[in-house]
Structures are given as C-alpha cells and as structure tokens.
Design a protein around this ligand. Sequence first.
Ligand SMILES: Nc1nc2c(c(=O)[nH]1)N[C@H]1C(S)=C(S)[C@@H](COP(=O)(O)O)O[C@H]1N2
Ligand SMILES: [Mo]
Length: 392
Amino acid sequence: MKIAIKLIGLIMSIGFIVSCNNKESKTPVNKGTIVRFPEKSDMLLLTDRPPQLETPLRVFRQDITPNESFFVRWHLSGILTRIDIDTFRLEIIGDVKKKLSLSMNDLKSKFKPVTMIAVAQCAGNSRKLYKPQVPGGQWMNGAMGNAKWTGVNVKDILEMAGLKDDAVDISFDGLDDGPLPGVPDFVKSLDIAHAMNGEVIIAYQMNGQDIPMLNGYPLKLIVPGWYATYWVGALHRIEVLDHHFDGFWMKKAYLIPNNPVANESPKELSKDLVPIKKMSVRSIFVEPEPDTVLKHGKTILVEGLAFDYGAGIKKVELSLDSGATWFPVKLNDDLGKYSWRRWQYNWTPEKKGLYHLKVKAMNNDGIGQSTAQWNRSGYQRNVIEELDVEVE
Ligand SMILES: Nc1nc2c(c(=O)[nH]1)N[C@H]1C(S)=C(S)[C@@H](COP(=O)(O)O)O[C@H]1N2
Ligand SMILES: [Mo]
C-alpha cells in the first residue's frame, strides 16, 4: 500500500563538530558543523531554524547531486514537516478562464511529463568569499546542486486554465509560513512570457525520486538558468495577476545593483536596484580541496565544474601561475544547457612550493567571469576562482 502521508520527524540537528578551520588560510574551506537532517546525509550546518544546509564540496565530484546531499535553504521557520498527499492540491487561481485544483495524480496523468537537468544555485552561494564580508548565510560553494527534474510544463498548466487577455504576472506560493503573522509569506513571481516560455516546469520528481521534504516536496518550481530564489518549494498556489506583482520577496528582497555583474562599491552603495534574475557564468575548483598538500612529481586530477544561465559553457581555462598564463582544460560530457559541465586536468607539479591556481569559464555568448565584484548582499558571485596548493 502506498503511504499517503509523508512526514519528517521533528527538525532536529544532532550535530557535532568534525572540523573547524581556525587556521588563517587564503582559500576558505567549507568545513564546520556536520549535521544529519531527515532524508539527508552529512551536511554543513549554517542555521537550523530555518534549515540552511550546505553540500560538502566532495559531492561535486559527480555530474548529478544526489537528493540526500542537495543543499537546503528555507527563509521561514514554519516549514512543512507533514503533508497528506491524497488531499494535497495545486491551485491555479486569479486571472484565468477556468480555475484549476490539481491533485498529484492529475499532474502525473493529465500532462505530458518533461525532464531536464538543471543547476539550482542560491543567489547567495559563495557569499563567504566576499571581501569585505557581508551579512547573510556564510555559504562557501555548496549552496548549489545539479539535478534531473521531472514534472509538468507551467505552460501546459496555464493553457489548461486559460489566461485572460490582461494577465501580466504569475505568482508562485509555497506552503511554508512565517513564524509570526507579520512575516511576509514566501511568494515569487515571473512575467507571463517567462512563465510561458516552455522551459519553466513544476517538478514532482528530483533525480527519479520524490523530492525530499526539505527540498520542497511535493512540488518545486524549476526556473532553469535563474537563481534558486525563484524555485519555490512546497508549491501549492499559482496566481495569475492582471498587474505587476509587488510582494516583499520580489520588491524588497533579492535586489541587486542594476549592472551585468551586480557590482557596487562598499563606499558608495547603488541606488538603482533590480530583482536578481539570471545566473552569471561561473567555474569552481572541486579537486584538490583547499589545504590539500600534494607530492611533487606525482600526477593528480585537478577538477571542477562550470555553468551559466543556459547559453552553455564554451571553454574553461586554468592557470597554475597566478593568472600569468592560461590554457584550456578538458570539458566532460554536455548534459544539457542548464546542467553544469565538469572539467578536468591531469597535473604533475614538478617543483616544490606554493602554487596559486585560477580557473575561469566563458560561455557560448562570449561572456566570461569578473576579476572583482562586490555587493552588499553577497549575491551573484562570478569572480574568477583561486586556489592555493602546496607541493612538497
Ligand atoms: N516555499 C519556499 N520556496 C523556496 C524558498 C523558501 O524559503 N520557501 N527558498 C528559496 C531559495 S532562496 C532557495 S536558494 C531555494 C533552495 O532550494 P533547496 O532548499 O531545495 O536547496 O529554494 C527557494 N524556494
Ligand atoms: Mo537562495
């Protein structure tokens, strides 16, 4: 018999310190308190109410991030711990010709299933690398993951409901609530053209399984190429609006300086702010991890991954000499334009000493990475990554 009610135990974090990186290192490490939450393997704890869990770097040595290791980020402490999937409905309301109330079974049987691999990355991923430091979750590079999402095209659902002519925006609401009535509910919006572009989907599966409760079971909005703040979890209401949505999470939060790399000076903050949208071009190191000591004359695999907003990665270049010289590295299989692409290089350091590695990517639109970037919220990092490696 299928279990209709899904619940996860009290959100408890029985954590213990495995490693604390107190030593002054040029390259910060994502080590800290390791915790186990329901349906999750070892994760790095940022906060437990609401849960914010970071994926350990070693997990990125594979194309797909397993569900149990996928990062977790909720804004409001009133998250879902129990749901009756038989009575759950996805409501489509507002400026539509016909309101819809869809069961999980409706979603799986009345619409054509679609599948895509896409990177979900928190807008504040890598915030810990910002100098000067900015407030907010001190993520290293683990507030992201690459998964295979299966679900229904938002376009198909909206076509079934039928949009009225004056529809402008669509808002997406999750089942989570604020701890107090005054805390704004987490609701995000997309304009009609974006929501109808045929690529925005409502996923009911993540890597071929139910989405973990902590990642937004039973439904998650997938907005490929856009920051994960739009990927509303525990999605239960879609509202078609005849005006521009002006909720807190669009108008007050997740704003960036209005320029391509979201840059501003700490001394003179920008007054021209716009909602964050598409992801920037990025490339990171996965292997070796910071603080690894290598043996000279011995070959190791330097590896990492690169991604962008969906144009696709054209090349990744590595430097072993602080950026004085660069050379292209091998790209692994292309798993789709919204997937990340792993890269690798066999390196035999001949001499002992300290090496300063850098990596940068360029996408098919000819867009590369920044050399310097800062904003008050630590969003949209796309600075060329660096890694110190000691060879003995
Ligand atoms: N309902 C709901 N959806 C949400 C959020 C939230 O707080 N509530 N946080 C968003 C943000 S900022 C991120 S980074 C992603 C995190 O998704 P994950 O927890 O599956 O990694 O969910 C997004 N969707
Ligand atoms: Mo986020």
